[in-house]
Write a protein that binds this ligand. Structure first.
Ligand code: 5AD
Length: 433
């Protein structure tokens, strides 16, 4: 977003560059022509997004200089594990110590962490995750935008408010011009550097049309594009990568095959996993994860979900609560407790200490108004702002009363910047460390 720091190119080796942010070095892939030593760039997701003039960069850096180090100090202060060990379960503290020393931890020990009930044990878990986040990722926080381009869906997911179970909602589909205009606004007016284009599984978009839209976006705007159009097939993934998409957001929803098949009759978990694996081979950055609180899901399943997301080489984890949605087969179930989600985020942070960023999902913000702040202090380091045009946003009703569904982009951005500053987070891109 506009809350972003330019970096200076210090080294170029083929398509790999080293970027300097006030003395901190990061690596990034470069796909731009004419990039030279000393140039200033914005990076996102480990990719160089665009070059900016030295004059512009130096003036932005001058305003950032003091704040950059100030934010780091705030983050370091907030990420100390300053708890007394009194009253803490010895086994919890021993497992957490072992994790921080990068020693082996068994799945059932992760399950033990997930089962924690006592308040001080929970605090230790959250603080340990936050400490690990700060140690391994620094104070960076990733801010992506998401544009939901269509809510027409051919699928029958039992939990989803825009699946074909729901005959009561108004369906919409943005056309190419509307999508390009939403992207223009997000990039040029609001300064987003990474955008997710999301749609339900809408048969009306042909892959060639989506490829054409992505090519046009890449031609016009400096932005990293993630696609999230469901299972579009391996050939579809290839074509959209060629068109310029570099990320894929696709949750596997649950690692438990039986639950998967029950909630998606006629569909198969293996096919979904194949998409994720092939996408990674093609070169996509992956955002994946699962729904928490599905019927029949056990603690063991949730641990497996985290381990699976890691095994898939996710760049970012997206774990969020299931929220019951009207006119779906699961409408009468109840949502999980917020603390279960905080625990999942913390454990996920500790299972993958070096690679995956952890997203605070909108569903979690809908479940708990303090999810963003508390989540960022429990291991998470990524948020996504909804930049779908307001006239469509309410119609993408995967569950009711979505957080931010009526909020102008300005307001979302201001609140996010305010929160990140409060927590000492800065917007450098740390993807490739
Ligand atoms: N509650 C929470 N998340 C949901 N999704 C779909 N329906 C719901 C719901 N009722 C999530 C799915 C999907 C993503 C786009 O939205 O995990 O992958």
């Amino acid at each position: 977003m506009c809350y972003a720091i330019p970096g200076k190119i210090e080294k170029i080796e083929n398509n790999l560059v080293t970027v300097d942010y006030f003395g901190e070095k990061r690596n990034a892939y470069n796909e731009l022509e004419n990039l030279f030593l000393g140039d200033y760039i914005y990076a996102q997701g480990g990719y160089v997004i665009n070059k900016i003039s030295n004059l512009e960069a130096e003036s932005i850096l001058a305003t950032w200089k003091e704040e950059f180090f100030e934010l780091q100090k705030v983050d370091l202060r907030l990420s100390r594990i300053d708890l007394e060990k009194k009253g803490i379960d010895k086994k919890v503290s021993e497992i957490l110590d072992r994790i921080l020393e990068n020693k082996m931890v068994k799945p059932d020990e992760l399950g033990y962490l997930l089962a924690i009930k006592n308040d001080s044990d929970k605090q230790l878990l959250f603080k340990t995750a936050n400490f690990s986040r700060s140690k391994n990722f620094g104070n960076s926080c990733c801010v992506h935008g998401i544009i939901e381009i269509s809510n027409h869906c051919k699928r029958n997911c039992y939990y989803c408010g825009i699946s074909n179970h729901n005959r009561k909602i108004i369906r919409y589909r943005m056309d190419k011009e509307e999508i390009l205009e939403a992207v223009r606004e997000a990039v040029e007016v609001y300064g987003f550097k990474a955008l997710v284009l999301q749609s339900a599984e809408d048969l009306a978009y042909k892959i060639e049309e989506l490829a054409d839209i992505i090519k046009e976006i890449k031609k016009r705007y400096p932005v990293l594009i993630f696609i999230s159009f469901g299972e579009i097939g391996i050939e579809g993934l290839r074509k959209l990568y060629e068109a310029g998409a570099r990320g894929l957001l696709l949750r596997f929803e649950t690692s438990n095959q039986k639950i998967y098949e029950k909630l998606h009759p006629g569909y198969c978990l293996d096919t979904r996993l194949e998409h994720l694996k092939k996408a990674f081979e093609i070169g996509y950055l992956l955002i994946t994860g699962s729904l928490i609180g599905l019927p029949g899901q056990t603690r063991e399943d949730l641990v497996n979900d985290i381990l699976l997301a890691k095994e898939l080489n996710a760049e970012m984890f997206s774990f969020g609560p299931f929220l019951p949605s009207p006119n779906t087969p699961l409408e009468n179930l109840t949502a999980p407790l917020p603390e279960d989600i905080f625990k999942i985020l913390s454990i996920a942070r500790l299972v993958d200490q070096k690679k995956a960023k952890i997203l605070i999902t909108t569903a979690f913000e809908t479940l708990d108004i303090s999810a963003r702040k508390k989540g960022l202090l429990s291991g998470a380091n990524s948020v996504m702002l909804n930049v779908t045009p307001l006239k469509y946003r309410q119609l993408y009703s995967i569950y009711p009363k979505r957080a931010h569904e009526n909020e102008e982009i300005d307001k979302q951005i201001n609140e996010t910047i305010y929160l990140l500053r409060d927590l000492g987070r800065s917007p450098t891109d740390l993807s490739m460390g």
